[in-house]
Design a binder for this molecule. Structure first.
Ligand SMILES: Cc1c2[nH]c(c1CCC(=O)O)Cc1[nH]c(c(CCC(=O)O)c1C)Cc1[nH]c(c(CCC(=O)O)c1C)Cc1[nH]c(c(C)c1CCC(=O)O)C2
Length: 377
């Protein structure tokens, strides 16, 4: 790495400071799935190229990662590398296709525990996922320090569920049959996926990622008891092993366990700096549960972007005022932006977060000065 070109200096570190619990001038904002199908420029790219071809071609992944940063110039405080959580099952030897209009499809999912023999043992991420590392390094240069670059993985339970279901599912009955009927084998599989997640995240940071997010998108499909058995221990292992390898303060890490509202207290004590919330929390309840231990990220219902200007503005006002703008808060949606959202609605969301964030920051400052004067007086 010594001959590698140094990265350009970072000009906007708001999100890194917010994640570390430092005061910020306003709440930083980015949006999950911000580089994707709601953008006409991304859809144009997809006419030319298969989804995984974009992921595997650093020039294309870089181009698509930068699309929202360029379009919403100055409004986004972070970028997220264009890739997918399903590159890990691919690295483990599974075939995954992205079917337009349908989503991911595994022609040969894991059906019975014996199918685990088909998975590659001791996955070498430098060999299997080097293309993601190359895309991260290239993107970090192309960003030219405008905003930090987020790397990510899918969490073990969510990935296991995809590997067994073979794609999306309403009930996850097949994956649940595994954990309930074959808990021992399921833990073995979760452990093997965890090993890859850890190596992959470490590699992403070495390649240039400045923050990491772990997506447990199907967390809420598990009840509290099963979440503690089949999700939480692996989420905890990931953060502790990544930090053991890179150093406690190397990069801030975020955990997003969608639907697992019941686990918020536990999620705020396993080592992640930031916990990302879906829209089933109020700012007040989330703050009361987490007690300042972590930075909170979220959490507008992505469907609110269909609600019209007034609804968007009112919701952002409530959200940013509720979470507070200058400490331990990163504005985002409560899940990924949806493919049919108008680009103007996203712009209004971002602009309103900025406006309200600055207003709240000024009010907070005024209140501070007033209380200082009172103390002095
Ligand atoms: C569950 C999950 C997946 N992928 C991801 C998750 C976790 C987040 C979440 O819960 O939404 C994460 C993801 N997927 C993608 C990114 C890229 C960066 C970004 O956030 O902008 C990220 C961070 C690109 C993508 N991943 C996918 C697309 C669209 C594919 C296409 O162009 O056909 C994009 C831009 C495809 C994908 N990939 C996946 C599904 C279910 C689908 C199909 C439906 C959908 O689009 O949401 C799996």
């Amino acid at each position: 790495m010594s001959d590698a070109k140094p990265f350009p200096p970072l000009k906007n570190d708001l999100i890194l400071r917010a994640a570390r619990g430092e005061k910020t001038e306003r709440a930083p904002v980015w949006v999950m799935r911000q580089a994707g199908r709601y953008l006409p420029e991304f859809r144009a790219e997809r006419v030319e190229n298969d989804f995984f071809k974009i992921c595997r071609t650093p020039e294309l992944a870089t181009k698509v990662t930068l699309q929202p940063i360029d379009r919403y110039d100055g409004l986004l405080d972070a970028s997220i590398i264009f890739s997918d959580i399903l590159v890990i099952p691919q690295a483990m030897g599974m075939d995954v296709q992205m079917v337009p209009g349908k989503g991911p499809h595994f022609p040969e999912p894991l059906v019975v525990p014996a199918d685990m023999a088909k998975l590659k043992k001791d996955v070498d991420v430098n060999q299997e996922l080097q293309y993601v590392f190359d895309a991260i390094t290239m993107t970090r240069h192309a960003l030219n320090g405008r905003v930090p670059l987020i790397g990510f993985v899918g969490a073990p339970w969510t990935l296991m569920a995809y590997m067994i279901e073979g794609g999306g599912s309403k009930t996850l009955s097949k994956a649940k049959e595994w954990i309930f009927k074959h808990p021992k084998v399921s833990h073995e599989l979760l452990g093997r996926i965890t090993d890859v997640c850890v190596d992959f995240l470490i590699g992403q940071v070495r390649a240039g990622a400045q923050m990491l997010q772990v997506f447990e998108s199907w967390g809420g499909e598990l009840g509290p008891h099963d979440f503690e058995l089949f999700s939480l221990p692996y989420l905890a292992q990931i953060v502790s092993r990544v930090k053991a390898a890179l150093g406690e303060d190397a990069v801030p890490m975020t955990v997003f366990a969608k639907g697992s509202w019941y686990a918020l207290d536990k999620l705020s004590e396993i080592g992640y700096e930031t916990v990302s919330l879906d829209w089933t929390h109020t700012p007040e309840s989330a703050k009361a549960t987490t007690k300042g231990r972590v930075t909170l990220q979220g959490n507008m219902d992505p469907n609110m972007l269909y609600g019209g200007d007034e609804a968007i503005v009112a919701t952002v006002e409530r959200m940013v005022r509720g979470f507070g703008s200058t400490g331990r808060y990163i504005a985002n949606l409560g899940h990924g932006i949806l493919p049919t959202v108008p680009v103007e609605a996203m712009e209004l969301f971002l602009k309103t977060v900025h406006r309200v964030g600055l207003e709240v920051a000024a009010e907070e400052k005024k209140a501070e000065v007033a209380s200082d004067i009172k103390v002095l007086g």
